[in-house]
Design a binder for this molecule. Structure first.
Ligand code: FES
Length: 162
């Protein structure tokens, strides 16, 4: 266990889950991804420093906004996990966070614009429709009815399940 941390500064995974509303399994997953960190007791149990509460809460907010976890990790950047982050650490993270949200906002505006056009158009053309086939990406997968083949393959593999 980290000698710099007092036991009352550490939370069990259950306490962390209750305080944040995030399932213990999700907390373990976030830790596997390097988004949060814990220390281990002598009995190899996880203990979370209190400052991880903010990280987990921010991850929850990011998920509600539809932000990918890879972007969250980037937004956290150099915010330390081994010690309580300073105000400056969080300010830097806040600027990165804002940049990520702006990128998302612009992408959503672009999609909204294309969707509005498609609703009016209705052609569903894989050649012309930027929403169905952005940058004609399906052309690189070969000739013929690519989407139909995907659907058939999905149905066939679903039939393999017990
Ligand atoms: S539906 Fe016609 S361009 Fe998208």
């Amino acid at each position: 266990m980290n000698p710099g941390l007092e036991p009352d500064e550490l939370l069990t995974i259950g306490e962390m889950s209750r305080r944040t509303g995030v399932a213990a399994s999700a907390l373990r997953y976030y830790e596997d991804l390097g988004l949060v960190g814990s220390v281990r007791t002598g009995g190899n149990q996880r203990r979370y420093p209190r400052h991880m509460l903010r990280r987990v809460s921010l991850i929850s907010v990011a998920k509600r906004l539809g932000m990918p976890l890879a972007d969250v990790r980037e937004a956290f950047g150099e915010v330390p996990m081994e010690s309580t982050p300073s105000h400056t650490d969080w300010q830097r993270a806040s600027r990165r966070w804002k940049k990520k949200l702006e990128e998302r906002r612009r992408a959503i505006e672009r999609l909204e614009h294309e969707l509005t056009g498609c609703i009016g158009c209705g052609c569903l053309s894989l050649k012309a429709c930027a929403l169905l086939n952005p940058d004609d990406a399906l052309a690189a997968t070969g000739a013929g009815p690519r989407r139909l083949e995907d659907v058939v393959e999905d149905e066939e593999s679903a039939g393999d399940e017990p």
